[in-house]
Design a protein around this ligand. Sequence first.
Ligand code: FAD
Length: 525
Amino acid sequence: RNMLIVRSFTTLLLLSCIAFKLACCFSSSISSLKALPLLGHLEFEDVHPASKDFGNRYQLLPLAVLHPKSVSDIASVIRHIWMMGPHSQLTVAARGRGHSLQGQAQTRHGIVIHMESLQPQKLKVHGVGGGTTPFVDVSGGELWINILHETLKYGLAPKSWTDYLHLTVGGTLSNAGISGQAFRHGPQISNVHQLEVVVAGKGEILNCSERQNSDLFHGVLGGLGQFGIITRARIALEPAPTMVKWMRVLYLDFAAFARDQERLISSDDDKFDYIEGFVIINRTGLLDSWRLSFTPEDPIEASKFKSDGRNLYCLEVAKYFKLDQDKKDVMNQEVKESLSELNYISSTLFSSEVTYQEFLDRVHVSEMKLRSKGQWEVPHPWLNLLVPRSRVNEFAKGVFGNILTDTSNGPVIVYPVNKSKWDNRSSAVTPEEEEIFYLVAILTSAVPGSTGKDGVDQIVKRNQRILEFSEAAGLGLKQYLPHYTTRHEWRSHFGPKWDDFVRRKSRYDPFAMLAPGQRIFEKSP
Ligand code: FAD
């Protein structure tokens, strides 16, 4: 018994020593950080907002939040941690808008960099009025919505988007940035000419592009924040349209829906400028709700359409145009011809005309509605997958036919993209070999506190079933916005890109201080 007491006492003593050592470590870190000369500031008190994200499931409390006023503030903090040596436990997470799903922009007891604080830097649009190909220089913490507003003043806009624009440049470029324009222009990472990056080693500020520091450039694009902090980006622009004809048509058969999507993205002529789609399972009143913003081409026939509880697949396409009646008539004629080649249910053509800005910022409208009902800040156990074209029908049969029983708690988006528009030298991972793959985004919101099928645990279990089904069937899919917990899973996610990923990590972030929330590398012991 005495032995037991001695052992418990020793363990307690050891734990207290560790806790004391950690406390000393943190207090010495805090005082040395406080002494850093910065244009911005380090916040040590109000750090809770940086411990949350859109996923609303993971919470890691940082030691401090850096609000940088300049790029050199970021470099100073990184250099400072580097100088503390490999044994320092401090890590650094750049936080864009914090719209990650599983804590990817968080760090426990580390420093979160609030990238939007860099935002006041002026956006610079170049190539206005022709001469050179237009581009815009922006801060890594800039929101895409602000880039849209600024570039439209010059009649220009980026070519490739995400569905939601209240995300930062650094955040989407660390993943890929995909939307309905990606089939033509590739993801956002394929539309960047140059980056400015603070690399983690000595906190150097480097410019990189295809020609300069190209290894860093390709590594950072889709690099999950592992190699450096993106502080500036040069983004390709194109002349912007003013209006958008936005159309939806329905299918009862997934294979017919996918065939038409693939036909459209493979066509050489510019039939449509945006191609997406979504799945509708067990939903009532959806077509009625569309009527608020979409007009049925044939209202009488459309009102007769009944899905009888079957799954529906909605193809969503858009054609951009400028407000000019002659051109609009030509455009309408072309659209009619393009639609006539498709095999949708003829009574289900719905269309709408909106400004280009309204079209691109469409998800923000839903955000405002959900916020007003308190349904925005709920857990979001989302699952994003990239499915090879040759296996997509099998995936649809197994998942939309069996595992997903309704889509009323969030959209399920499905659309194909062309792999040839992705640069294989980037860190972004796509299914191997096939030219076409599908983005399948299962964007379910959970009901807070529910233990039923709309609760977070059940949705996570359902996502797991989808992954297990795909694994067992050998579908060869990849996760987009990936989340894994073991080295083995990460290695298999990256496949042939793994060795390069590890090599770049040891070159640009040898102490593994960056983006620990991705859980790919452990901080050096
Ligand atoms: P954060 O969540 O803040 O950061 C994401 C990761 O990038 C973290 O690891 C972080 O450390 C790192 N990071 C952030 N900034 C930098 C930087 N400057 N330098 C280096 N690393 C950095 N994605 C699509 O592709 N297409 C879509 O259509 C789409 N729609 C979405 C809709 C909604 C409503 C939401 C919530 C997300 C959507 N996403 C979409 C996913 C989105 O692109 C990613 O979650 C993205 O990371 C969010 O950007 P953020 O600025 O919030 O990044």
